[in-house]
Design a protein around this ligand. Sequence first.
Ligand code: C5P
Length: 329
Amino acid sequence: YPLSIIHCSTHELKMRTYQLIAPAKINLYLEIVGDRPDGYHELVMILQSIDLGDRLEIRSNGTQKINLHCNHPLVPLDNTNIAYKAAQLMSEEFTQAFANYGGVNITIDKQIPVAAGLAGGSTDGAAVLVGLNLLWELGLTIPQLQKLGEKLGSDVPFCVSGGTAIATGRGEKLDAIQDLDNLWVVLAKYNNLSVSTPWAYKTYKQQFAETYINDREEIKSRSSHIHSGSFVQAISHKDGEKIGQLLHNDLEKVVLPEYTQVTQLRDILQQAGGLGTMMSGSGPTVFTLCQSQTEAETIKKIAREKIEDPNLEFWVTQLSSNGVSIISE
Ligand code: C5P
């Protein structure tokens, strides 16, 4: 699990400010296997980082306070924000470091759409863990940071290391697989629409509980099956066509019927071409995988012409092998 240090000299490592990039993720595969005693769901997923990320600055402020700033009006600045929770958790776990180095100012430059199914909040939390590990010179390893991340949210451990990974359990058990950074993706989202993740899972349970697997052994075998399955094989062969065909997300079954605008957007993107189209996470972002940037731009143009809605936003970006990355000031 290498942390990608893009540029950081010894001198800069001693500075009390860090800038980090926190990438978004998409779900190439999301299967709901059953529910769990802790109220969460047993999942089998394939998660993929993309080249769209928030930029965070983490700076010692010399007080004992955690201050959060963000340029996006819908992002909360209190302890309902995963980035804030991450700083709080670190200050509680490492009381001596917190006392020695003082509090922090966290500034988030939001590039990832909010409540979109792209792990925007989780990746900011992951970046705060990575940033404070450096700022407070804690020397924690990536697996140790991921263990802390589990307490903050199911997607946080993945966001720390990023790339392409199988995620099972709540989503926190990770197996890195062959990186898939050669493909492009068009993302589309109505900026006036968001889906509550708890609502999506709750509704899924109401409608599909009879399909749930409860036997621990069967859940285990379902989770391990993905490793040798056709999707992971397609990824290891970098077979874009096959990957496009195998995209899957169980949460579409509850989100699409409720959000007809998203269904229409998905249909139009699918008809516009590319390797395959799917909703990410609990939505409402929809994405199309593409072989090239040109193909992605063409699909964006076609969809833009078909849906004339000023609230519809598009992003064209590449799949990425990076998790949280540190950049110099
Ligand atoms: O872990 P995180 O806070 O991201 O999860 C948000 C919500 O999504 C949870 O409160 C739960 O309702 C649902 N969820 C779930 N099973 C998972 C992950 C999330 O039911 N494995």
